[in-house]
Design a protein around this ligand. Structure first.
Ligand code: FES
Length: 333
């Protein structure tokens, strides 16, 4: 009798430093899944299993017009032969329009190896997921992975403007019929925002993951001040909002050298200090991961992150997004 021979599918070798590694993937499927939202399924042209990712991970995609954009991976982590991303057409967004209008099934795209700034912490007490608009995608990967593994319990609150602008509507409706999801349409009116207080009034050991527009994340941050900070997780689905002309310049004094650097209206503290030669750690650059936390020695920051709690704000600042209300901030750098 001949022994069965297991077929081993080729796979990318694990790497320790994947920061600059690129993959060339083919668009195996392209489909409009809601008004202004297109899903892309990316696969290796030779069928090689893709580098592993964990729920909450994202990839950086180079668009046909040459811009780089981050997109969360929406599929379950066990599906390692493709990455599914959903691209929302942004107003005045050249990168997203280029991906939607200038690509076809069969085209190739250069993407980074997966990176995760929004990892799912194991929780036997369950999860609360809160998603706004296209911010559903990293949370969808978490939900699909939990469903697949019959993992901990969860409840999803998914806020969009209308049914027509709701990506993955059928899948979330199916969860809703099982009592695991609530869909809320607000017509884009902040006055009609879902009342989350009954949901977050008690932590009960659960972990909360929120991804969506900044007003939604700000609301959840304000409402969860009584939760342990380790149980609340945010992910911005765009990098820090483009700084507008209403921003003003201010100075940062580097206490260790007494050097003063002016931060212009259109650049962050992090970007500006790097341009002046400082080596500074960062990851999300959207005020959600905590990597760029810097000790504040003097001055009044304009905090714009989703990491610091009220009692941490007098002595710390997230330099990737926050600015200053005073003319000068003194940092322990
Ligand atoms: S780099 Fe993530 S909070 Fe600043």
């Amino acid at each position: 009798m001949r022994a069965a021979v297991a077929r081993v599918r080729p796979a990318y070798a694990p790497m320790s430093n994947t920061a600059d590694k690129l993959l060339t993937l083919v668009i195996a499927r392209k489909q409009e899944i809601a008004d202004g939202i297109t899903a892309l399924e990316l696969r290796d042209p030779a069928g090689t299993a893709l580098p592993h990712f964990t729920p909450g991970a994202h990839i950086t995609t180079t668009t046909p017009c040459g811009l780089q954009r981050d997109y969360s991976i929406a599929n379950a982590d066990e599906d390692d032969d493709y990455y599914e991303i959903a691209v929302q057409r942004e107003r005045d967004g050249r990168g997203s329009s280029s991906l939607i209008d200038e690509t076809h099934e069969g085209d190739t795209l250069e993407v980074s190896w997966p990176k995760n700034d929004f990892p799912m912490v194991p929780s036997s007490d369950g999860y609360v997921f809160i998603a706004g608009g296209i911010g559903l995608t990293p949370i969808l990967s978490m939900i699909r992975s939990l469903e697949r593994s019959r993992g901990a319990s969860f409840e999803l609150y998914y806020c969009t403007r209308s049914p027509e602008q709701t990506a993955y509507l059928d899948e979330i409706n199916a969860l809703a019929t099982r009592g695991r999801a609530t869909i809320h349409h607000d017509g884009g009116d902040p006055e009609r925002m879902f009342d989350f207080w009954p949901v977050v009034e008690q932590c009960k050991g659960r972990h909360l993951y929120c991804c969506g527009p900044r007003p939604l994340m700000r609301e959840i941050q304000d409402m969860t001040g009584h939760w342990p900070s380790a149980n609340v997780h945010f992910e911005a689905f765009t990098k820090a909002e483009k700084r507008v002309s209403t921003e003003r310049a201010f100075n940062v004094r580097l206490a260790r050298s007494d050097r003063v650097v002016e931060i212009p209206p259109d650049a962050s503290i992090l970007e500006t200090l790097r341009a002046h030669g400082l080596e500074l750690r960062s990851s999300c650059e959207s005020g959600t991961c905590g990597t760029c936390r810097t000790t504040l020695l003097a001055g009044e920051p304009d905090h714009r992150d989703f990491v610091l709690h009220d009692d941490e704000r007098t002595a710390n600042v997230m330099i990737c997004v926050s600015r200053s209300k005073s003319d000068e901030l003194v940092l322990d750098l």
